[in-house]
Design a protein around this ligand. Structure first.
Ligand code: AMP
Length: 109
C-alpha cells in the first residue's frame, strides 16, 4: 500500500471533498484553504514532483483540467491563481504532483 496521502485519496482510503474526477485526474478542496476557493488537481498516477513529470501530454491535460475545475468552481471569470510548488525550495509538502487553484478574492502577489 502506498504511503502517499494523495494516492490514498485516489484509492478512496482517505476521504476528500471531491470537485471533479475522470479516469486520470482528481480535483478536491484543500483541507487547509489559503483563499476562499482553494482546490487541488492531481493526476491519479503517482508522480513525485512537477520536476519529475516526464509526460508533457499529461501535464497539458492537467492544465486543461485545472481550467475546467476553475470554471466549475465559478472563479474563471473573476480570475484565479494556479500554483505548483516544486520540492523543498518551492514549499512542496506533499510529494505527489498537484496544482493549486486559488481564488474567490483578489490575491496579493
Ligand atoms: P504543497 O505545499 O504544494 O505540497 O501543498 C499540499 C497541500 O495539500 C496543502 O495546501 C495541504 O493543505 C493540502 N492537503 C494535505 N492533506 C490534505 C488532505 N487530506 N485533503 C486535502 N488537502 C490536503
Amino acid at each position: 500500500m502506498s504511503a502517499c496521502i494523495f494516492c490514498k485519496i485516489v484509492a478512496g482510503e482517505i476521504p476528500c471533498k471531491k470537485i471533479d474526477e475522470d479516469d486520470d485526474f482528481l480535483a478536491f478542496h484543500d483541507i487547509h484553504p489559503k483563499a476562499p476557493v482553494h482546490a487541488l488537481v492531481i493526476p491519479k498516477q503517482h508522480v513525485d514532483t512537477f520536476a519529475d513529470a516526464d509526460d508533457p501530454a499529461m501535464l497539458g491535460r492537467l492544465m486543461d483540467r485545472v481550467r475546467r475545475v476553475a470554471e466549475k468552481l465559478g472563479v474563471a471569470d473573476a480570475g484565479y491563481r494556479v500554483v505548483i510548488n516544486v520540492r523543498d525550495g518551492g514549499g512542496q509538502e506533499v510529494y505527489h504532483l498537484h496544482a493549486h487553484i486559488l481564488g474567490g478574492k483578489r490575491l496579493p502577489f
